[in-house]
Design a protein around this ligand. Structure first.
Ligand code: GTQ
Length: 354
């Protein structure tokens, strides 16, 4: 390419440069100069492996709590920015993540947006999220979704700060330039359904008679940790340990078995004691959050040691292995749901499971 050009006659080089200059004036550019970085043989993620330590982030959140109310901030969130994407409000090229805190008595006012959001609760009792007329109280380890264009507000009826991890598909929404957002008229949305209503209707293995599924997200928006953990424990006892993932389950829409929301996939995984996973990679950059335990993950060349509350990133197509001594539980999410719908998703498993 460039080396070929150096052996060209000087007048050809001059004519080419003259063409490039005129192309520039009509907002055009030759493909042959950008082809190799445009259509890469393998993923070239801008995101880097990285980690946010919970203890440090928690201190900073508490400090923010003294300086700004949830109401003034609308959402009191510290955005986790990937070192390869500073200034972009992105934890990966397609996803946003942040740590949100609500202090006792505070309200994060009701609003809705085209972006879909997920929450994974890290700390505190008495926090709630209201979605589409139903309010659910959140416990540590619970997974909550607020699907695209559903009104949602948060609050804290407890006595201590409530902190959770937020994951949103904002970069995807903005990639398509499809962002809309609205405030609810009033701080809190009207509650029209009792707590547990969505689970009773859709989330207990039964459905309303002749129910016809509609919409692209799960009507169940609260996935309690104790239910998920009991399944992981049962599967561990049954010996269902995957050599690459340990015991790993995905959060799904009970109406159709698809991911809970159309863009983001989310998972809960148990890594047994003394576990060392086989090398794995996939095209979806993964955001992990440590529910319990400690261990380390090797991401590409980087060793990331982690413990409770820490958040870490595995970029697209980076090989990852996890190691634990004691048992550990990891929450994770990615854009796999969107990639699969677009026919782009790939994975690769190294080694053989015995
Ligand atoms: O809780 O609605 O981290 O709208 C970013 C935007 C959380 C939320 C975020 C949001 C929210």
């Amino acid at each position: 390419m460039l080396s070929a050009q150096t052996s060209l006659p000087p007048e050809t080089i001059a004519k080419r440069n003259e063409l490039y200059r005129r192309l520039d004036t009509v907002a055009a550019t030759p493909l042959w100069n950008v082809m190799a970085r445009l259509v890469t043989p393998q993923p070239q993620p801008l995101s880097a492996p990285g980690k946010w330590e919970y203890d440090r982030m928690r201190e900073l959140l508490l400090e923010a709590g003294e300086l700004i109310t949830a109401k003034e901030a609308e959402r009191r969130v510290l955005i986790l920015e990937n070192t390869g994407l500073r200034g972009m409000s992105q934890i990966t090229q397609s996803l946003y993540a942040g740590l949100q805190m609500i202090l006792p008595g505070e309200i994060a006012p009701s609003h809705r947006h085209a972006a879909s959001a997920l929450r994974f609760v890290l700390e505190g009792e008495g926090g709630y999220t209201a979605v589409d007329g139903e309010r659910i109280f959140m416990e540590v380890g619970d997974f909550i979704i607020t699907p695209s264009w559903t009104f949602h507000d948060h609050g804290n009826h407890g006595k201590e700060p409530v902190i959770w991890l937020d994951g949103l598909d904002v970069p995807i929404v903005n990639l398509f330039a499809t962002s809309f957002a609205q405030s609810y008229p009033g701080e809190q949305q009207a509650i029209s359904r009792p707590e547990g209503d969505a689970r009773a209707r859709y989330g207990s293995g039964l459905l309303p008679i002749e129910h016809v599924a509609g919409g692209s997200s799960s009507p169940v928006f609260h996935y309690p940790y104790k239910v998920a953990k009991a399944s992981l424990d049962a599967l561990l006892r049954a010996g269902t340990v995957d050599a690459w993932h340990g015991v790993k389950l995905q959060y799904v829409n009970p109406l159709n078995g698809d991911y809970a929301m159309p863009t983001m996939a989310a998972y809960l995984q148990l890594l047994p004691r003394d576990f060392a996973s086989l090398p794995y990679r996939s095209t979806d950059s993964m955001v992990f959050c440590v529910k319990d335990g400690q261990g380390e993950s090797i991401v590409g060349e980087q060793v990331i040691s982690w413990k409770r509350g820490d958040v870490f990133v595995v970029p697209s197509w980076s090989t990852v292995t996890h190691r634990t001594e004691g048992e550990a539980v990891l929450f994770s999410f990615s854009d796999r749901a969107a990639q699969k719908k677009l026919g782009l998703w790939r994975e690769e498993k190294e080694g053989t499971s015995s």
